[in-house]
Design a protein around this ligand. Sequence first.
Ligand SMILES: [Zn+2]
Ligand SMILES: [Zn+2]
Length: 341
Amino acid sequence: MLGDDVLAETALRLYFDAWDRLRVILNDWDSRIPDAPFAKPIPDMWKEEADAYLEDCQTDLQAIIAVIQQSNELALKARLCAVSPYLLLLENPIPLSADPKPLDFFDLRTIDAQRLRQAVNTLCPKPLPPTFITRYDRLRKIRNRYTHLGQIGAPLNPVEMLVGLMDQFVELWPDRAWLSDRLRVAYHDREAGFGDKFWNPAYRVLRMWEGDMEFMPPARFRALFGIDPNVIRYLCHACRKDAATREGLYGLDAPTAFSIEDGTAIQCLACQKPTVIARERCGRPTCTSDIMGAGDHDGMCHLCGHERGSPADIGEPGDNDGFSLLPTLNQSGPRDRSLSG
Ligand SMILES: [Zn+2]
Ligand SMILES: [Zn+2]
């Protein structure tokens, strides 16, 4: 029999798959045309090219809508299944027979996507927000048009789709933690098994995080994480160490943490753990921080990542090609491997 936890996890995996695909589409443009990032209004001199790019993205974007809608539907089915798996069979007759042959649940027809939201709001303890229902119906229609006609008529915009995904997360999973779910899911995706000393799933998520934030409007960020985006300033050394590759912490200067408890600790959005800090001036002359690691992370600056006693110019934030390029498996190519020794 099907479990609600399996349905919910698949819904999340599809959700972050859609997020990643949108980020790659935007990154493909931004990394080539850094003067006209898609997250900002496109300057006039790039408008024509941006419109042409957007037009060429439509097939990909329509396919991503199908993934998003699949995620929505599975999330709603997970809610029904948590009440009873038999609710998934609502409105479809179960072929009863005196023949004692067992029925395969997976052969049975489950509730129509069109009726899912009513079923959840009638039978589950927690109703769906009206904003979710509106978007769900809109996405379902777009997905159906794409499925049946191969096109949808109106153009899709990847930035708006990312914002829609942020709303979706808040509406469907208000008690879940976005960045920590993103990390967990990354450890189970297609590339995860290739993790080695050159690359790992946490490295990829952390390297993408700062770029992710650029696409999150402040109000949406507050809704998703419960805090203002400007307070995310500090590096979580535990998360960086999990993401470290053969190159150490190089390039892992994405802040995921914010100050709590009158400045005696920081809290990380990824690992969700509060970390006690020590008050000590950072040894890097260009850094203003006096928030340093304690215990296992003694002497490591939480603002710039500098380690006590190491040269000031090593690993300075911004000295890598950074978050403008999404790190993928391709980054650890044969050239890197030949250096492994
Ligand atoms: Zn952390
Ligand atoms: Zn520092």
